[in-house]
Design a protein. Structure first.
Length: 251
């Protein structure tokens, strides 16, 4: 089902105590409010079990920022989708541009991760997006299409329907430079058309497509007002309740 979502991506920030404090503060802030979106926090792995224990999942949902591309075994330092799910997390960010750029995650690896996430009843928040040179060359549509095709298009329609997409232009992440509302709508509509061409209009219309990249209190309302922008994946502004809540309330 297509829904509005505001998901915080904490990245590698907050120690365990700070993470717990932030979630508690966030829960108090959303308490009693009739929000028009689902609120998710995607914490570092180490926080999941503890935060999963204190979180009220009716108010704030929990997600990881990654999972392994293998089921289990001798993969030192890795965390499996099953382990993530066992903490009570319901979501997992996959294919974030930082994972692609710094940790060599290819569409083929991400395809394995997506399948393992789904097999463990986790909802992937699957990130796609072009770098600046690709945008300047007008190749953004071709880039996101290839990412979706290679990582996701061997899924059944039933499985694809469980995925949330996040369009994050790499040039907008952590830079303070946001895509304009019109740029976001244009490419979100293209992404939805690409999904429709493969899986049909019903699946495409029920897919939530989030925008990410320097989304903040000042621009969220305009971005979320677009018909094909179903919410945001929020980095820097998700680290404080004061900056995150106005985005949650932008719907
Ligand atoms: P940002 O990060 O909001 O700090 O730009 C977004 C993201 O990388 O998910």
């Amino acid at each position: 089902m297509r829904k509005n979502i505001v998901a915080g991506n904490w990245k590698m920030n907050k120690n365990l105590q700070e993470g717990q404090d932030l979630v508690k503060e966030l829960q108090s802030a959303v308490f009693g409010k009739a929000l028009k979106c689902e609120v998710i926090v995607c914490t570092p792995f180490i926080h999941l079990a503890t935060v999963g224990g204190v979180i009220d999942k009716n108010k704030v949902k929990l997600g990881a920022q990654n999972c392994a591309d293998k089921v289990s075994g001798a993969y030192t330092g890795e965390v499996s989708a099953e382990m993530v799910a066992s903490t009570g997390a319901q979501y997992v960010i996959l294919g974030h541009s930082e994972r692609r750029a710094y940790y060599g995650e290819t569409n083929a690896i991400l395809n394995e991760k997506v399948k393992l996430a789904l097999a463990n009843n986790l909802t992937p928040i699957f990130c796609i997006g072009e770098v600046l040179a690709e945008r300047e060359a007008g190749k953004q549509n071709a880039v996101v299409k290839k990412q979706i095709e290679e990582a996701l298009f061997d899924l059944s329609a039933d499985d694809f329907a469980k995925i949330v997409l996040a369009y994050e232009p790499v040039w907008a992440i952590g830079t303070g430079k946001t895509a304009t509302s019109a740029q976001a709508q244009e490419i979100h509509a293209f992404i939805r058309q690409t999904v429709a061409a493969k899986y049909g209009k019903t699946v495409a219309d029920s897919t939530s497509i989030l925008y990410g990249g320097s989304c903040n209190a000042g621009n969220a309302k305009e971005l979320f007002a677009n018909p094909d922008v179903d919410g945001g994946l929020i980095g820097g502004a998700a680290l404080k309740v004061d900056t995150f809540m106005p985005i949650v309330e932008a719907f």
